[in-house]
Design a binder for this molecule. Sequence first.
Ligand code: HEM
Length: 479
Amino acid sequence: LHELLNMCKRKKFPPGPKGLPILGHLHLLGKNPHQDLQKLAKKHGPLMFMRLGLVPTYVASSVDLSEKFFKTYGHIFAERPHNEAAHYVAYGQKDLIFSKYGPYWRNLRKLTTLHLLTNQKINSFQPMRKQQVELMIESLKNEARDRLVVDLSAKVATLSTDLTCLMVFGKKYMDEDLDKRGFKAVLQEVVHLAVTPNLGDFFPFLGVIDLQGLTRRLKDLSKVFDEFLEKIIDEHVQSYDQKQSKDFVDILLDIMQSGDTEFQFDRIRIKALLFDMLIAATDTSSTSIDWILTELLRHPHVMKKLQKELEKVVGLERMVKESDLENLKYLDMVVKEGMRLHSVVPISQREAREDCVVDGFHIRKGSRIMINNYAVQRDPNVWSEPEKFLPERFVGSSIDVRGHHFQLLPFSAGRRSCPAVELGIIIVRLAVAQLVHCFDWELPIDMEPCDLNIDEHFGLVTSREKNLMVIPTYRLNQR
Ligand code: HEM
């Protein structure tokens, strides 16, 4: 406390770039803020102070600081920053992703991990995953026969949406089901709006004025979504007794009807959680798969080595099964290395719940913290040749993606990290293994591996800017 009082008096801020009046440092952040912040950190140091509009912001870019913010002082930095959009789309933040840190969030997180994301539940969806991955392979096989250039990003996105819908709702939703704009389009617009920098987030007094018209669009979209979720819940209530296997809606209805929760759990809260599952599960998985395949295409010798491992463990007579995954050690390294170079959530944002001192610098309650996972995963002090795709760096290493190693953060770490790591990892490994095992992949004519574009598009998840276009050739022995 004594140290804190002294700090307050001296107001010692970490170094940082020079800011402008009013805007602060907002003008320094371009379309890929994680890359801009990494460059600035090289100049100003691993802990920087900036002002985004009126919001004091601390940017952490080293492994040491990621451990401090996620773990050592994790209880102080467990809050998500104010987000205008979340208020409208996530039922007044009654969901898990955007809810305020505290007993309500804790109960909801417990409910999610104890009832929806258990190993037993994840295993119960194994036949469904098998079937959906096989459908994707079957459709690619047809295109391979005609030597077509396929939009692999779109295929993987469809797979991911279908897997999510079947797990959460028990059935697939087609484009026209949600609204005339289409299911995927509406989902994407919600996700887009949820991360569009809203002036109200940086200049709270502008929130009410709604200069960008975002609030209008958000209200409109949340209404479309709400009607859709209402319909789904009604359908589930009607077909309640005839169900063999339970999807997430059935499980949540069970919990609501049992009345066993330590907190009020009603229809609004069910809808809020369903909303979360849709936006948290879909693009994260498909984008991770997309990036890993991109790196494999850019590094044909790694692709070959992975195919050799698959030939040895699985053989060319059949497709990959989930039970093979634990024996695919090189696959595990390829997945980790792809996720290290392309974190789909490159910046974890938090808000300080109390005053705190980190590395001798005073951080005031309410300040924003940006942990630049992208910079941490390329920190030259812990990663040699950090810009290179080298799966072999994980040979003999115990580093994994579960949030205990603060240099590798694809699912983030600490209290607000991903509660679905096990599920996410299974989906990513299975899809990558199956695609690499079943096909040889070529780039369209005249394109060398090194020409393959790796430009990023920052959003709620950071994806490839352009879809991945490739030519598959089926490689398993046909019976
Ligand atoms: C490869 C797939 C996935 C990746 C890479 C991923 C990544 C992440 C990351 C990085 C975060 C934390 C963001 C932060 O630090 O602020 C997160 C949070 C979250 N994820 Fe995932 N995720 C994946 C799949 C899933 C799936 C399949 C689900 C649900 C079925 C899910 C549900 C959630 C939820 C609910 C949160 C918020 C937790 C909270 O605030 O307490 N994720 N995810």
